[in-house]
Design a binder for this molecule. Sequence first.
Ligand code: AMP
Length: 542
Amino acid sequence: MQGLMQYHPLMISSVIEFAATYHGDTEVVSRRVEGDIHRSNYATINRRAKQIANALDAMGLAQSARVGTLAWNGYRHFELYYGVSGSGRVLHTLNPRLHPEQLAWIINHAEDEALCFDMTFLPLVKAVAAKLPTVKRFIALCDADKLPADSGIPNLQSYETWIGAHSDQYVWPAFDENLASSLCYTSGTTGNPKGVLYSHRSTMLHAMAGAATDVIGICSRDTVLPVVPMFHVNAWGLPYLMPMVGAKVVFPGGALDGKSIYELFEGEKVTFSAGVPTVWQMLLGHMEANNLKLSTMKRTVIGGSACPPAMLDAFREKYGVTVNHAWGMTEMSPIGTYGTLKGKHLEADWPTQRSILLKQGRAVFGVDMKIVDPNGGELARDGKVSGDLLVRGSWIVQEYFKGEGGNILDRDGYFATGDVATIDADGFMQITDRSKDVIKSGGEWISSIDVENIAMAHPAVAMAACIGIRHPKWDERPILVVVKKPNTEVTAHEIIQFYDGKIAKWQVPDDVQFVDAIPLGATGKMMKAKLRDMFKDYSLPA
Ligand code: AMP
């Protein structure tokens, strides 16, 4: 017997329509690339998204046609999220930090038919425009008077002229909720990047799961500043979640330095934020150097890379901000786990709570998660034994765009994340390494993350990466590559001494090498492969 309830497909457009109806005057504030602060609201965003939908219809773009964006977090990008997906096309968010060649490769692979870009990226678009045969129109996200006369880019139009020519009257269509809504390519640390093609259904379920109090849990009383870029896995779902709950939005544009973020936090009374550790490092540095406090910020979620313990401590002790750790990946929309305490932990002392909060978190409802041995056998959830982390669920990839990489699921539909983790009896997962970054010394694994976290607590260390170096006896031994904080001095010996009593002696790095910079990937993650390459001729001290 079938249930007798109504069926309505889960449509992304329903979110902005809802926000416009019930939270129409709630503000959407943006720091524009022009440098000024722009104020809009959900009602206006919805109207302008409808203008986009009409403009795409006028271009004759078919259902599921891809529209690329090269843009920071801002109101125009937000409008594109809804105008493009809501009208049945696919929003393809591109990472501007990629090399131009790689960017052109991705745009061509996706067969983008239009490309919308912030003026900051004009030189980048100029460099690749001639190599993009599928792109019929280039749209600069600016007013008509900001458009350069001789850009050299064919069919270039300003966004305001483009949408300004179209009505804001449009009825969002309903269609199969399994149709594609957006496309995001993986960081591509190995091989060519691969496309993850989200659907309306997966995106809506992911956002609804994120709304739970034990997960992101924002509400209409929050002011949210997503530092995580809208080109990195849909800013962790926040562009859908914020209007779903009617939260005030603050978009930082391209100014992600500590001073700019701090000004917006205080000026707009931000209560919740989200980002990768590298950005928080800059904010904490700025506040420390200028002896500043945070007056409205309550919570932040840190993910994308492991949150160093020193960062959690600084936020809590100096600024009264709760840090929740989250883990996920492009292939997971991205949220897989979120680190909030359970009721039974509330009575525990701070060191116990801290150790729980430093884990990557518990599986969010909707994500099945397990760890397995090399033969696929499930391992114990004892918080000690670590294994390959597998996931499945309604917002987890089934196959890559255009079938790249073939079948990526096991017999039971699980996807191998490439992360190595433990899961404890309460379900808290802790990443111990990326499978390819783990260091194997004498048959034992050394977690590069543990080694890095300790170094990050040293007052002179700005950034630290631990890599394995080939060793005749032990196979591999860890060394630490360090970027010093400005105007500080520290020796390799002092850093090695800093490990005393903190980890087992055999896990302590054999050497510390100082560098000016550690190569970062397009999403701010340390590129260990590149680093290993930089040190390929290095030999360990005798
Ligand atoms: P991406 O697809 O670029 O978001 O990268 C996903 C990968 O980032 C994961 O497979 C992890 O290796 C890493 N990652 C994401 N969140 C965390 C976290 N909280 N702690 C440690 N690693 C993380």
